[in-house]
Each structure stands twice: as C-alpha cells, then as structure tokens.
Design a protein around this ligand. Structure first.
Ligand code: ATP
Ligand code: MG
Length: 267
C-alpha cells in the first residue's frame, strides 16, 4: 500500500467534550511532535494511530489513510501494517542474538538482500548509541537506549515502515539530533512524543495536547527557527558537560565561562 497521507479526525477529551482540533493531515515526509504535560494523553494519541482508531477507543478519534479508513489487512497482517510504534517502555521477549533477530525479520519481510539490510540496520543503530551493539548479544541483554536504537533502525531499514511513531526518545539516552538527521533522509511520516524543545523545534509542526484533547496545531515560524538555533547551541553545551560527567571528569567554572563566551553569551 502506498501511503500519501495520514489523517487524525478529532474525537473527545477526558471531559467527554469534542476536542478543539477536528482534523490533522500528515503528508509523506512530515516530521511532527506531540507535546503537552504528563498525563495529557500523548501516548493515547499515538496508540490511536497505531490501532487505526475508528471511534472505538476512549477518545472517539478516527484515523484515515489516503483519506479512507485503512484496509483491513493492514490491521490483521503485521507485515502489511504501515505503522511502527517505538513505545515508551520497551522490553524484548525474545532472547535471540541481535544478528539472528535482524536476519529473521529481514527474511520475513522479504528483503532482497539480507546481509546488507542487517548491516545497514546495525550501522544506523550504532550511530544512535554510546556503546556499539554486539551482534552476538541476546536481545534481552541490551540496555534501554540500545534497545530503542535497534528498534528505530529496524523499523526504518528492515521494516521500511512508512509511518513511525516514537514515544519520548529523549529519555532513552540515544543521540537525539543524530536520530532526527538520519531519519529525515528516509521519506516517511514521523511522529515524536516529546518534552524536548530541541526535538519539538526540529519538527514541521507540533500538536498540543491538554486534558486528553488536541488543543492546537502550531507550525514552526521564522522566529522559532532562530530560537531553535540558540537552543541547539545551549543544548550542545549541556551535552558536552553531560559527556564530561559520564567520563568521570570534574567540571570547572573556567570551562563554563569559556564556552559561554565562545557562544557570545558572555562579554
Ligand atoms: N481523550 C481521552 N479520553 C479519555 N481518557 C483519556 C483521553 N486521553 C487520555 N486519556 C487517559 O489519560 C491517561 C493518561 O494518558 P497518557 O498515558 O496518554 O498520557 P501521556 O501524555 O502519554 O503521559 P506521560 O507524559 O506521562 O507519558 C490514560 O489513562 C489515558 O487512558
Ligand atoms: Mg506517555
């Protein structure tokens, strides 16, 4: 099935009243964030998408693909399901070695060339993690961040899923901006649930949720693009300090001042 467009039709919030946003259209290549306070219904929204809600979930939302209800086989046959969800709490049930798992998935998906597909997936995953994955490790032995990196890479490269839903990648400790850079190279629809301004501002637009309801869709503008540049610099600085701490070093005021001066924040 060729996906051109995904549509969310508004349902109701937690209070049972219709949600303000009645329709959101996501065309191929869009990167969209879902933002809002803890418990406001972000995960619920991406679950609605994954389930192809049809007024049969607590929110009453409906999901359309190419302006129509999704074909039934998309729901029943996992290999035809266009949606991959990388959830907030991921655990593997399989203790297969990483390589065997990927090879099996590539075979099931009918990849023409198994080996290159597995290689590309591992390379992709390794660009997102601090420590490279060991191909012979059992899936169950991977760390949380490694697991999510592998799942993202697997969904993009081997699964070739046209719609990818990611629930809070920032908390997994994977390299966020590299993930977005890499993901942008693949023509897909990406939805990120995020609390991270850097990810939100790298998106084309963001859906704001409150009390279980889609309140507003905010498209990024020129001013926000400028703010995003500054946030990127400050965030890189924080990342550098985080790296220092991870490597067991001590931080100094001199270094902080030097970095802030280099960025133009101190005279
Ligand atoms: N429109 C709605 N109608 C009824 N219940 C809802 C609605 N939206 C969300 N809920 C309920 O609210 C609770 C919190 O929702 P959810 O887990 O999606 O929040 P969240 O934004 O992902 O929170 P967190 O940031 O902690 O991950 C859940 O029990 C969910 O079922
Ligand atoms: Mg959530």
């Amino acid at each position: 099935m060729e996906i051109r467009k995904l549509t969310i039709l508004g349902g109701r919030g937690k209070d049972g009243r219709p949600e303000p946003v009645r329709q959101v259209d996501l065309t191929m290549g869009r990167v969209v964030s879902i933002v809002g306070p803890t418990g406001c219904g972000k995960t619920t929204l991406i679950n609605d998408i994954e389930l192809f809600a049809d007024d049969n979930t607590p929110t009453g939302r409906r999901i359309l693909i190419n302006d129509e209800p999704p074909p039934e086989d998309a729901l029943l046959d996992p290999s035809r399901n266009p949606v991959a969800l990388i959830s907030q709490h991921t655990n593997f049930l399989s203790d297969l070695p990483v390589r065997t798992f990927l090879e099996t998935h590539a075979r099931v998906r009918g990849s023409a060339r198994i080996d290159p597909a597995v290689r590309e997936t591992l390379d992709f995953a390794n660009q997102l993690t601090g420590e490279p994955l060991i191909e012979s490790s059992a899936m169950t032995e991977l760390s949380g961040g490694q697991t999510r990196a592998l799942l993202i890479a697997d969904a993009v490269v081997i699964g070739q899923s046209p719609i990818i839903l990611l629930d809070e990648i920032e908390n997994a400790g994977i390299h966020r901006t590299r993930a977005l850079e890499l993901l942008r190279r693949y023509e897909k629809i990406f939805l990120f649930v995020t609390h991270d301004p850097r990810i939100a501002l790298l998106s084309d637009f963001r859906i704001v949720l409150r009390a279980g309801a889609m309140q507003e869709v905010i498209e990024i503008n020129d001013e926000e693009r400028k703010v995003a540049d500054e946030i990127r610099k400050l965030d890189d600085l924080l990342l550098e300090f985080r790296q220092q701490i991870r490597q067991g070093r001590r931080l100094g005021l001199g270094m902080l001042e030097e970095r802030l001066r280099a960025l133009g924040y101190l005279a």
